[in-house]
Design a protein around this ligand. Structure first.
Ligand code: BG6
Ligand code: MG
Length: 214
């Protein structure tokens, strides 16, 4: 019996990958190399610091920690400029209806995101009030696939791991959910998401009835 649903944010509730992409590409160009949309795929679900390391690897650039910190901050400032302009129209199709159905059925809702910008994004899209607990990049120390973010979510809701289901669009997030001993539904294409209970293209395909696992 599922008692709680834990949602990743980026790529599940909203498509922020496009803003991350623009901000990372601007940084790459400033550093003198190109950064493609295919490269951007590698950053999904990955922490800010690790994203920068991957970007620098692609550009073949090595920098000290202090400079890396500056560049990560610079990218974030740029990124925040984009998400400050987000609005409720950017909630992905079917998400809001599904959240309402969960509430009607007494199923608890938590956010489990790597992003330190999660509170701002939720505010911009007007969904903060739908979450009973918000665990984000400000409250965890270990990145997915470590289960910390989801375990903290379950704890905040006082629900056992086995009674939780996670919604994730990134492989690292699916592994994190598994490492937490939770059910997991992939959002996207099955070819890119291994080890989920099942994968759906988006929340328009999702119903309460599908929250049944053996
Ligand atoms: C994840 C995104 O949700 O959050 C990653 O999928 C991002 O692409 C990470 O790097 C950290 O986000 P932020 O907003 O703290 O830089
Ligand atoms: Mg994601």
């Amino acid at each position: 019996q599922i008692k709680a649903c834990l949602f990743d944010l980026d790529g599940v509730v909203v498509d922020t990958a496009k803003y991350h992409f623009i901000a990372w590409r601007e940084l790459a160009q400033e550093l003198g190399f190109d950064f493609t949309e295919a490269d951007n795929e590698r950053l999904k679900g990955v922490s800010r610091v690790r994203s920068l390391e991957i970007l620098l690897e692609i550009g073949g650039i090595e920098l000290d920690d202090k400079r890396k910190e500056q560049l990560a901050a610079q990218k974030n400032e740029n990124y925040v400029g984009y998400i400050q302009r987000m609005n409720p129209d950017e909630i992905l199709p079917g998400v809001e209806d599904f959240l309402k159905k969960l509430k009607e059925n007494g199923i608890r809702i938590a956010l489990g995101s790597a992003s330190k910008n999660a509170p701002l994004i939720l505010k911009q899209i007007g969904l903060t009030h739908m979450f009973d607990a918000i665990i984000d990049g400000n409250s965890v120390s270990k990145a997915k696939p470590d289960p910390e973010v989801f375990l903290k979510g379950a704890e905040a809701l006082s629900v056992e791991s086995g009674d939780c289901v996670v919604f994730e669009d990134a492989q690292a997030g699916i592994e994190a959910a598994r490492n937490a001993g939770m059910h997991v539904i992939g959002i996207g294409h099955p070819d890119n998401l291994k080890n989920a209970d099942f994968v759906i293209p988006g929340f328009e395909e999702m119903t309460i009835e599908k929250l049944k696992f053996d």
